[in-house]
Design a protein around this ligand. Structure first.
Ligand code: PMP
Length: 404
């Protein structure tokens, strides 16, 4: 049995009020709230273990290192990766993608080579490629979508050429909620001999992800979107690929030996982890993963699906409601506009009712251009949201609508 009230007790912030109203937090796509166990893992480690990892012979350093490396194993298991050598800790999805684009682009892409992305990418999976385009003259090709917000797989197939070096796509759109058929898209890419990077920022918190089942070559996600801390994320990469990539940054930790003439790089995964890692962050990320795993990702997915179906149904009863993203496979994100009320006005007035939503372009301006709008209001649900909160959202939107 999924006991949402019991889950809510784990999240102290959900008890607070804003403007004298109980907080209704629907901005989970941007970041999620933290359960007590995650916050306690942070303070516990600072209070009783803190020491820099890897280089110390002393007790605390070894204990901190053990916690840090155990977290890598937690992530490995969670993604079903083959080895902890394939789990690189980063600052988040954005850094994971930048690391990848920089290293892969350096080693494997030349002027005129092509990357395939999609029309629904977050800026984090567009701009790094544009920076590479400016440096090396690579070309971006874009998979289009239909009006429901589903990628056109026939068009995708047509984008491949002998210059295609990489496909880089999101598993779930942060605006439309579309769950892309990534496994099938990986299969297509591999049939053309092309590897795939998957942006998992919006998928990992909401569904079971098995990187080996997807056969993704690379996979990125952020800790803070899955109830973990800010400032830590992951880049998964198949070992055979990571072995071939040059380091991203130079510094401590990523070297085996250094002379002024020559540096020998460390083995995987440390080759990509220059400098002191956020070892407190990795421990608490592991706590967050343990937390969602104990509830069960499939249970979370089923509950959030129910919430989303309910939300779609209820929101559609509102006069003038326009919903963006009606894909058959949809995650717990609902983007909308009502009549000609500006998204910013709607968001500001909902906030006064205690309802936190996101407004704007959601770091997906090319998608906004495709939709012919400037921005949307976005409600994104997490494991602790309820149907009663959705009812309050609907009532809030109706109240705002009446004011206009
Ligand atoms: N990709 C997608 C699909 C996202 O939703 C986000 C966060 N909004 C990112 C990448 C970037 O994540 P972060 O800011 O944690 O690096």
């Amino acid at each position: 049995m999924y006991d949402v009230n019991k889950i809510r007790e784990d999240f102290p912030i959900l008890q607070r009020e804003v403007y004298g109203k109980p907080l209704i937090y629907f901005d989970n796509g941007a970041t999620t709230q933290k359960p007590r166990c995650v916050v306690e893992a942070i303070t516990d480690e600072y209070y009783s273990v803190n020491a820099n990892v890897h280089r110390g012979v002393h007790f605390l350093s070894q204990q901190a290192t053990d916690l840090h490396e155990a977290s890598r194993e937690t992530v490995r298991k969670f993604l079903n990766a083959a080895s902890t050598n394939e789990i690189i800790f980063t600052r988040g999805t954005t850094e994971s993608i930048n690391l990848f684009v920089s290293s892969f682009g350096e080693e494997f892409m030349r002027e005129g080579d092509e990357v395939i992305i999609s029309v629904m990418e977050h800026h984090s999976n567009i701009v790094p490629w544009q920076l590479l385009a400016a440096r090396k003259g690579i070309v971006l090709k874009v998979i289009p979508m239909n009006d429901k917000g589903e990628l056109l797989l026939d068009e995708y197939e047509k984008l491949f050429s002998e210059r295609t070096k990489i496909v880089s796509i999101t598993q779930v759109s942060n605006v439309l909620g579309t769950v892309n058929p990534v496994k099938q898209m990986v299969e297509t890419a591999h049939a053309h001999g092309v590897p795939v990077l998957v942006d998992g920022a919006q998928s990992v918190p909401h569904m079971t992800v098995d990187v080996r089942d997807l056969d993704a070559d690379f996979f990125a996600f952020s800790g803070h979107k899955i109830y973990g801390p800010t400032g830590v994320g992951v880049l998964y990469g198949k070992e055979e690929w990571l072995d071939k990539l040059p380091p991203y940054q130079g510094g401590g930790e990523m070297i085996q030996s250094v002379t002024f003439e020559k540096t020998v790089f460390n083995e995987l995964p440390y080759k990509f982890e220059a400098g002191t890692p956020d070892y407190i962050g990795t421990t608490s990320l592991a706590k967050a993963i343990d937390y969602v795993s104990a509830i069960g990702m499939d249970n979370i997915a089923a509950y959030e699906h129910e919430l989303t179906e309910y939300g779609m149904q209820q929101l559609k009863t509102i006069e003038g409601m326009r919903i963006f993203g009606e894909a058959e496979h949809k995650s717990s994100v609902i983007s909308f506009l009502v009549g000609n009320i500006h998204h910013f006005d709607m968001g500001t007035l909902l906030d006064r009712l205690g309802i936190a939503v996101r407004t704007g372009h959601h770091c997906a301006q090319p998608l906004m251009q495709r939709l012919g709008i400037e921005g949307t209001v976005r409600a994104s649900f997490a494991l602790y949201n309820t149907k009663e909160e959705i009812d309050a959202l609907v009532a809030g939107i109706q109240r705002v609508s009446k004011m206009f």
